[in-house]
Design a protein around this ligand. Structure first.
Ligand code: PEP
Length: 244
């Protein structure tokens, strides 16, 4: 049976003092059990703080991006090897904010996922359509194109990744896909993953998930948990989502 996973994406938020409180509250409020995992993806400068605070707890940590390059003259980039040194289990790749503001193409996202996998980091590969694409009836085509680019690049390693469906129109907007809308896309993604021998990959939903809508989403057949933005910055809300 597939496990359940909830991941917090702090985005560009935090500070040493506030992080210490948040990490402490999350780690004391969550007990890891078989098949149920909680993680936070923090800004790069806070990886060492997350490592120190979470190492002996049941909460995992990771980064919000990773370079497709291993080392060299790539100013501002952070390699998968560096993330390993800070104990990262996960790296988000292809978040819609990276695609939109930093021009991460399907090919770049695929290369980042491949580099992460080759280095022992689990990529959380984000896919999702804009509102315009949904209104044009292009949701399936968009998410299959985004996922297909990764699957064609990573080959057999696909079974070791995590995929997050995040409709762009639901991120940070307070507007969530209904459980039925989300499940329909997840079923499409699951079928595509199955064709690549990766049917058991955890499929997360992300986009304005809150304590009061998490359970209905997570009960759907192909939704294995959530990628949580804003609500991951409040321990009570994040822990309530984890319990859901
Ligand atoms: C995200 O950033 O991945 C996200 C889902 O954000 P929010 O939960 O705030 O919509």
């Amino acid at each position: 049976m597939r496990g359940k996973l909830v991941v917090g994406n702090w985005k560009m938020n935090g500070g040493l003092v506030a992080n210490a409180a948040l990490l402490g509250e999350i780690s004391t409020g969550f007990t890891r059990t078989d098949g149920r995992e909680l993680a936070v993806c923090v800004p790069y400068p806070y990886l060492m703080q997350a490592q120190a605070a979470l190492s002996s707890t049941g909460v995992a940590w990771g980064a919000q991006d990773v370079s497709e390059h291993a080392a060299g003259a790539f100013t501002g980039e952070v390699s998968a090897g560096m993330l390993v040194e800070f104990g990262c289990r996960y790296a988000i790749v292809g978040h819609s904010e990276r695609r939109q503001y930093f021009c991460d193409s399907d090919a770049v996202v695929a290369a980042k996922a491949a580099t992460a996998l080759a280095t022992g980091i689990i990529p959380i590969v984000c896919v999702g359509e804009t509102l315009g694409e949904r209104d044009a009836g292009a949701t399936e085509a968009v998410v299959l194109r985004q996922l297909g680019a990764v699957l064609e690049t990573v080959g057999e390693d696909a079974s070791r990744m995590v995929v997050a469906y995040e409709p762009v129109w639901a991120i940070g907007t307070g507007r969530t896909a209904t459980p039925t809308e989300a499940q329909a896309v997840h079923a499409t993604l699951r079928a595509r993953l199955a064709k690549s021998g990766a049917a058991e990959v955890p499929l997360l939903y992300g986009g304005s998930v809150k304590a009061d809508n998490a359970r209905a989403l997570f009960e759907m057949a192909d939704i294995d948990g959530g990628l949580i933005g804003g609500a991951s910055l409040k321990s009570t809300e994040f822990l309530a989502i984890a319990r859901a």
